[in-house]
Design a protein around this ligand. Structure first.
Ligand code: PLP
Length: 363
């Protein structure tokens, strides 16, 4: 089976894990953790990094540190992985959904303002499938309405909006290092921020709310959301390769674009977008199956499956899923969700395989 995304792990990761193991520091103390936090934050152009045991914990930690709680509303795109909304719900706040942009699939800035109420406290733009949100438009709205911004960059490490890396716009930005993400630590996540006080608050909350000055003195109800040194050991090695991974993802996108050119010119499929202001990292190369293909999205997936090629449907929009269903409709998110497929996008994929995968689409 050709998977949609498998991690690319080498001797560098293995050697770091062995070093961490031999040091005896296998829990959440150890030298790889601060090293990983500093390097990842610097990679994004931000000063502080607070690692967590997964990306969902990072989102919850960020929102908690920003004081999001019961009675607050937080704006999220309807088309995202459910963890974005769940993190809001964990705070006792309400995720308020907004439709996405038809051209690049991320939250539509033009739809954000209509969803703002006096209870709105924050926005969570999600850089979906590797494409950045229009952060300039979003930050302008946030400033105008005095809203906090938490970027969910779990799928877009290294993506850029008008030459600036995602993760460097919001008050806090969150990343995931799950096994299929651009870089991985097995499970893992991080919050990055330019604000030292916020970073300190997140460090405290991550460690049971314990005072850094006084052991076993707890100032707030915190969590155990710490990353382990073993995870960070993998992360440090992965971070050395991140630019090479992204170049490879972009080469995979070029190969799919070439292989699917005829279908795309005929209007039978729509290719993964890259707006002229964006640098997309194509976390999972994705296409939309249009009516003209004469083969339904689910049929395309079944055909690929028979050839032992894994593919994934787009996420179901939040607003149709049981925890968040509320009668509202978001036509763009619904349309994309029905048409979208994520295709194999592992860094190890070669062009010949991509041409072969593309040859089954529509045939
Ligand atoms: C993967 C992902 C997350 C959650 O990350 P985990 O590390 O799996 O908890 C959150 N948001 C988005 C958009 C994701 O793709």
């Amino acid at each position: 089976m050709i998977p949609v995304a498998e991690p690319e792990l080498g001797n560098e990761e293995l050697n770091n894990v062995i070093a961490a193991f031999k040091s005896g520091w296998i829990s959440s103390k150890g030298a790889f953790i601060p090293q990983f936090e500093k390097k990842f934050a610097r990679y994004c152009g931000v000063r502080h990094g607070v690692s967590t045991f997964n990306g969902t914990a990072a989102l919850h930690l960020a929102l908690t540190a920003l004081g999001i709680g019961p009675g607050d509303e937080v704006i999220v795109p309807s088309l995202t992985f459910i963890a974005t909304a769940n993190a809001v719900a964990y705070c006792g706040a309400k995720p308020v959904m907004v439709d996405v942009h038809p051209d690049y699939w991320c939250i539509d800035p033009q739809r954000i303002e209509e969803a703002i109420t006096p209870r709105t406290k924050a926005l969570i733009p999600v850089h979906l499938y590797g494409h950045p949100c229009d952060m300039d438009a979003i930050m302008a709205i946030a400033r105008r309405h005095r809203l906090l911004v938490v970027e969910d960059a779990a799928e877009a490490h290294g993506a850029e909006c008008r030459g600036r890396k995602v993760g460097s716009f919001g008050q806090v930005s969150c990343f995931s290092f799950y096994g299929n993400k651009i870089i991985t630590t097995g499970e893992g996540g991080i919050c990055i921020t330019g604000n030292k006080r916020l970073a300190d608050t997140m460090r405290c909350l991550r460690d049971h709310g314990m005072s850094t000055a006084r052991r076993y003195w707890h100032t707030v109800v915190g969590f155990n959301y710490r990353m382990t040194n073993l995870q960070a050991a993998v992360g440090v090695a992965q971070l050395e390769k991140i630019d090479a991974f992204i170049e490879k993802k972009r080469a995979i996108a070029r190969a799919y674009r070439n292989a699917l050119r005829t279908l795309s010119e005929a209007g039978s499929v729509r290719l993964h977008p890259e707006m002229d202001w964006a640098r997309c990292v194509y976390w999972m190369y994705s296409i939309l199956v249009e009516q003209k293909l004469g083969m339904s999205r689910d049929r395309v997936m079944a055909v690929l499956g028979k050839k032992k090629i894994e593919s994934r449907p787009f996420f179901y929009p939040l607003h149709i899923q049981p925890p968040y269903r509320n009668g509202t409709r978001f036509p763009v998110a619904e349309r994309l969700s029905k048409k979208g497929i994520c295709l194999p996008s592992s860094v190890s994929l070669d062009e010949k395989t991509i041409i072969r995968i593309a040859s089954f689409i529509g045939n």
